[in-house]
Design a protein around this ligand. Sequence first.
Ligand code: FES
Ligand SMILES: [Fe+2]
Length: 338
Amino acid sequence: MVPTRLHNTHPALRRCWHPVARSNEVTDAPVRTVLLGEPLVLFRSGETVSCFVDRCPHRRAPLSIGTCDGGTLQCAYHGWRFANDGRCVEIPALGPDAAVPSRARLTPVAQVAERSGMVFVAPDPPIAPLGHIAESEDPAYAVGELPPIRARASIGLLADNFLDMAHFPFVHAGTFGADEAAEVERYEVTREPWSFVARREHPFANREDPGVAEGLRPLVQSRRLTYRLDAPFHLQLRIDFVETGGTNVIGFFLQPETDETCRIYSTLWRNDLGGDPDAMAAAIKFELEVLEEDLRIQGAYDQLVLPLDTSAEIHTRSDRSTLELRRLLADLVAEAAR
Ligand code: FES
Ligand SMILES: [Fe+2]
């Protein structure tokens, strides 16, 4: 059957990678996170991050209110202790020499990975590979992490919004949009099986360039935008400033918690700030204002779903990337059902 729309906890999303925490949120104390309507517990032992369903196999108490010690996780209720591979290694009520039943195991997720300062989880074996941001491993780039934001929003619509190029003068008039042209020139979208890239180069007023006041460069300069989506919702926008040579990358990662809520992680990688922490703090503040402008629209939707049936909405040539989003996600849902 052709899927018609995607809600935040669509079962096909179990076969995908999702962000579940920032790396610095996962320490040697257990932490709870919610993915696709299911509570998970995360904890760290050395370099390894472990993730299990947040429910003890004994009496189903949440493990996230327990404690960690020496790479093991101990349930707060009856003290059962679990190794970081999920095996139960101690049941205090049975005494020190008792055999532990082999069924006493935590329920694991299929895969866990740490990348770009985030922890990602695939609940079931993933169809598509985990996305990658090359600049996140390049020491020439300074990193700025926005605080994670919980929002009442559809992850599909948020991804649509991140890729959308026609809303800037309307939604972002209070930040960067006032100078933006409404017209979107033709641009190319290149699809691979589980990702796509949209590239566009366009003129813009570079008010941040001190070289303009010094007469070194014109106010109107060129900006190259490279949007990339890796399925399902691993997004990046690379902005190359053609005349001044700087590069900004915005990473945008969406955690589907429930049908009503999601958690948004956004990270900046910039090679044009000369290591100035105040400049990065200002960039983070500005990006938060931009995100709030977007969330004002996203939070107002009554139906928190992304239509995958492309006849359900009107598309124009300025919507090529967001049309590709619908096609790619429809392919993903179909693949998961196979
Ligand atoms: S509920 Fe976890 S040890 Fe009993
Ligand atoms: Fe926006």
